[in-house]
Design a protein around this ligand. Sequence first.
Ligand code: XMP
Length: 516
Amino acid sequence: MSQSTESILIIDFGSQYTQLIARRIRELGVYSIIKTNNISLKELKQLKPKGVILSGGPESVHKSTKLSMPKHLLDYNIPILGICYGMQLLADYFGGKISQSSKKEFGPSSFTKVKNSKLFRGKDIPKEFNVWMSHSDKVIKLPRNFEVIGSSVNSNISAFSCDKLNIFGLQFHPEVTHTDHGRKILDNFCIKICSCRKSWTTKNKIQEIILDIKDKVGNERVLLALSGGVDSSVVAALIKRAVGKNLYCMFINTGLLRKNEERDVEATIKKSLKVNLVVINAEKKFLKNLKGITDPEAKRKIIGETFIRIFEKESKKLKKINFLAQGTIYPDVIESSSTKSKSDVIKSHHNVGGLPKKFNFYLIEPIRKLFKDEVRKIGKELSIPDYLIDRHPFPGPGLAVRIIGEVTQEKISILREVDHIFINEIKNAGFYNKISQALAVFLPIKSVGVMGDQRKYNYVVAIRAVKTSDFMTANISEIPYKMLNMISTRIVNEVPKVARVVYDITNKPPGTIEWE
Ligand code: XMP
């Protein structure tokens, strides 16, 4: 984002709620960005945040290996809000005392304001309200010049502040919806205390992104890897506004796509986005490169590499192109980075972690900092048709990460049919938009069945449907049994090589959405 964007910096200490803090703040209309605790002074100066939030995390200030607070944050003289572990870090740093406990207080608690702090300003926030706790250690002695602003059943110091330094601490989680008035408390911090303007609106985001693209690209040509999904379609619309005819979109049929995908995407993109579109059929190449590969990460890397090499080769046939654009979004970035972020590498999304180290393009990723729902809002604002905006996501590596084990043409064909029936059934039942993502998975096992009095010994497929707003966490969708029954009956009857259908009932976490 441009340097003019006012932001709140969130330092991630490994809390499962860090992304939620970022989203809540963006929902308030303020840009927020997540960094680890080793953020350098130089980076801090570049970001120029108007306030800092220290997230919670599984750490304890008593551990010698604890993640500590970047000291230069304090020299920077901007308001700081510590949440949970963030609060304990602040207390520890300024000379307070933290009790060590292995017992966790997890769940609802009642909180009482003991002082009318700026953080709790507003007539809607009562003296007592419900909050959500998730901690073991707690602050038992305040640092000098700090005062208690709230207490709870299990802790006399559940919230503190040091008005002189503009530092605040909360033991509970204001970002979680189970905390009453959490949104107002974060609003007070960002707007009243940090004086941020609510300028992170969809219109402003669009303007900034377009300016940023113009700035980077000038009069050069841009090649966009277009999949026909919401992210790359929105990127196409944004780049088209920035560089007009200099945008060239390339759709690669990897052979790992859904049924009729090439035909449908070509028709849709030409009709609704009206961009230069080149369609490449690389089915054989991908299948050849994936031969014998069973490891999920190896598959992802090979697909990422194959993609980029095809882009390099095919783009040479176009007029000179130096820029490659991708529809990478924020969750892809967070989940693919291990050294920069506290989060583990969950999987290498091909448009981030799966890219080879060297390739002959400057990469531009205009929506890299946005969550999915923000991308959808931009799409609507840019008048991209609803059927494109509301499409369930489909991963870059496609059916390859939904086929457990080696990818073969036979398995692809089976899974394609299964997927087609599944998606059609939920569409016919008017259920598609109630689900965030539905998918089918090919399992490398066979099972016995009986059909028309005959023994059947054939493959097993799994179906999965989840509900989520940001794809970082997800709950299983409750597809009615009647519909499940119809889906499984159709699959087993219509796809000859399938003997059994199972339904995946795993939330994320612990499961990821894709199986690989
Ligand atoms: P997971 O499986 O990590 O998926 O819970 C989260 C979301 O990301 C999609 N996904 C991908 N998208 N390239 C993509 O463009 C990828 O390599 C990739 N892997 C997963 C997944 O479908 C879900 O929507």
